[in-house]
Ligand binder design. Structure first.
Ligand code: ATP
Length: 309
């Protein structure tokens, strides 16, 4: 490792929505294998790291005051992991500016972990290869590798094994946020409860969804959005069903719960429909906040011009 630069490094990192999330049977180790299609959208967090005399992490913006400010913070875990790999005693102060909802099913914590890896890697000029960073990302959590990559990708095993998907065009999304969070383990447990006694196939990607992405066909994409956790999320938070119905009544062409929820993702035909939907959802007061975003976008990357923040 070369000597640290003292200039802070800022990394921009996207949220994800799962265009498809198929959950396999509960395995002996308590986990599920899954087949998912991740899609990165430009709802982003910014993570800045700078040399410091002690480790710290602060969060402003979305979820301020609720996100851990100690070793439980995934950005801190990522920074400490890379320090261990490098074998350095140097420490960093981490600042997270959050737009990604906390416990919203959009992998915000994983995004911050990916961003911290990229930021500390750049700050310390470690020279780790992309593959080594991917391995560290997978060690931190199954959604972290995708936050490094971005774009649109099939995730298998626990979601950490990625294959990029050929995708054409840009898609317009609206996200309905609910401030009451849903715990991911609780949603998986509810999914197991609802599926008890059923024979669950090994999960695999849907070829119609792949064809829709290849063609950039927004209507076919809308028809093929799918989330095996949706019924469980709606069972734990019934208002999500009303949110989906309200969005579809206000012009969305597709709707699904994002990951383990409670964020609901709406796919729109174009930018104007997205703006109309934002107005309709806001007026309905069915959800706590409404944001729009486009996808796909790049994964975690250093921002050289901080004015673009
Ligand atoms: P996923 O979609 O990966 O299941 P999520 O988007 O539902 O995750 P996160 O926002 O990642 O949920 O947060 C889940 C929990 O992780 C939070 O309740 C919080 O306590 C903890 N956490 C740790 N680090 C962070 C971070 N940097 N940002 C947000 N939450 C964090």
């Amino acid at each position: 490792m070369e000597a640290s630069s003292s200039a802070p490094v800022t990394v921009r990192v996207p949220a994800k929505v799962n265009l498809e999330l198929r959950i396999g049977p509960l395995e002996d180790d308590g986990y599920h294998s899954l087949s998912t299609v991740f899609h990165a959208v430009d709802l982003v967090d910014h993570v800045t790291v700078r040399p410091a005399d002690s480790w710290s992490v602060t969060t402003t913006g979305m979820g301020e005051g609720t996100v851990p400010d100690d070793d439980d913070n995934l950005a801190m875990r990522a920074a400490r992991l890379i320090a261990r790999r490098v074998g350095t005693d140097e420490q960093v102060a981490i600042e997270v500016v959050k737009n990604i909802p906390v416990a919203g099913g959009m992998a915000g914590g994983s995004a911050d972990a990916a961003a911290a890896l990229v930021a500390v890697d750049a700050l310390w000029e470690t020279g780790f290869s992309p593959r080594e960073l991917q391995e560290m990302a997978a060690e931190l959590g199954s959604d972290v590798p995708f936050a490094l990559e971005g774009g649109t990708a099939i995730g298998s095993r626990r979601g950490e094994h990625l294959v990029p998907v050929l995708s054409r065009g840009v898609f317009e999304w609206v996200f309905a946020l609910h401030h009451e969070g849903l715990s991911t383990p609780a949603v998986y447990a509810e999914c197991d409860r609802l599926r008890a006694g059923q024979s669950i196939p090994e999960p695999a990607p849907n070829s119609a969804l792949m064809a829709a992405l290849r063609a950039g066909d927004v209507d076919a994409l809308a028809d093929n959005l799918h989330n095996d956790l949706q019924d469980a999320a709606c069972s734990l938070m019934p208002r999500l069903t009303d949110t989906m119905t309200t969005g579809l009544d206000n012009g969305a062409i597709g709707a699904l719960v994002s990951g383990s929820g409670p964020t609901v993702a709406f796919l729109c035909a174009d930018r104007n429909s997205a703006l109309d939907l934002m107005v309709g959802l806001t007026a309905s007061t069915i959800c706590d906040e409404v944001v729009s975003a486009t996808g796909p976008v790049h994964g975690a990357h250093v921002v050289h011009d901080v004015r673009s923040r």
